[in-house]
Ligand binder design. Sequence first.
Ligand code: BG6
Length: 510
Amino acid sequence: MNPPEVKGRVMAEAPEGCRIDIPGPFCLTIFGASGDLTRRRIIPAVYRLQRLGLLPEGFCVLGAARTGMDDRAFRELMREAVRAAAAEGFTDADWTGFAERLHYMQIDYDVTGTYRRLKRRLPALEKRHATGGNRIFYIATPPAVYETIIENLGRAGLSRSEVGYTHIVVEKPFGHDLESARRLNAGLGRYFEERQIYRMDHYLAKENVQNILIFRFANSIFEPLWNSRYIDHVQITVSETDGVGHRAGYYERAGVLRDMFQNHLLQLLALTAMEPPSVFEAERVRDERVKVFRSIRPLPLERLEEHLVIGQYGRGRINGLDVVGYREEPGVSPESLTPTFAALRLYIDNWRWHGVPFYLRSGKRLSAQKAEISIHFRPVPHLMFAEEMEERIEPNTLMLRVQPDEGIRLVIQTKNPGSRICLTPVLMDFSYRKALMMDAYERVLLDCMQGDQMLFVRADGVEESWALLTPILERLASVRPGVPNYEAGSTGPPEADALLQRDGRAWMPL
Ligand code: BG6
């Protein structure tokens, strides 16, 4: 039965002190400026920040990519991109003011001469737009050229600016395994200090993901229950209805464990499980997230199938439309073994979480688009209603909905009106008002401009998460899974259900 809903609401307007500070002036150079990420996420985010009045007077964007085009062509390309991404928020008047700040230069990532040209071009733009020498380099290219760009920026003397700051943003995937992540960190470390480096995980910047810590540590009523004494298990689900789309080139090499688990799902796990830091400050929060990774019990590789289920989608129906299987997607090998789904059981070996399983699942082409963390509390210790009740009492569940319809839901038991003792689960449902929300890319860009690294991943964090996954990935490379094993539009392979059923539990419905 679906519990009836009790709608919550935000009780007050944001207080004065919560207003967002406008950052100082800056020049944002985007490598990979003709690519998909720049068009879909980065430029629309900068545009929206300006519309919201959150950008300073002095700023400019320099797009850099292999494609040959001039400023005018780049502006036209971005105009279409912004129009598509921010349909209702697009006006010609806003665009004209914004477009004047967009510039472009063709760049060959591996030719050192182009970085010298970049070095000469930047001061002219900085003067024209009064950006105060503050520089952000955003690497949004295919990962194969990350190291080359970092090395060439460093060699050209672009890792420091004489006046102002220099920050470097590195998109995911950060490495392909532990060794490549270490190499990338070492390459960055040769020229940049850690305080200059912003490793992206856009999940950390989602409004309700940030709220996990506030919910846990700014309310006194939940934290005393947040441990193995009261919590039976935790589920973290990120399910997508989309397929691989046009990203087969990348995805074929990555698969769901690299694409979603190494970063997004493990970061969600870290925020759910971490200890309270002594202060709410970037380094202390990042320390605690890393400690969680260090406490995760490595999976027994010889019995991996008892803890991990992988899958790949076949044909099926999504939202009433027939869709092809993964192996039929453009650019995917017809014999591909790349997993598009994984479900995983992990344990965190510390006092707080002793014996509490964390079930993580993520997949493409599933029946629903959602990201949610659910905390499943233990049942009441003594069932005094046993005689009256025909069914067992459902234990309380707390759901932290990351998307869509961001909010918090708590399932509690209430008495049904009438003389018989009959319990009904009721949903206490709190929803964030959409209007207050900032998109994850807007948030991270703003934080990078303000020099706040809390929502970014530190070198040790990225290495610890790869240390956890790399042995699993290596082991999987030597097994030939029977895929495809789930239909597009379903909830994933049946083995994923069995993973929980064996423990006497069930997944939250998608
Ligand atoms: C990206 C992955 O990091 O996150 C994609 O590479 C995935 O495969 C995406 O679709 C999901 O992000 P969001 O914000 O749409 O949930």
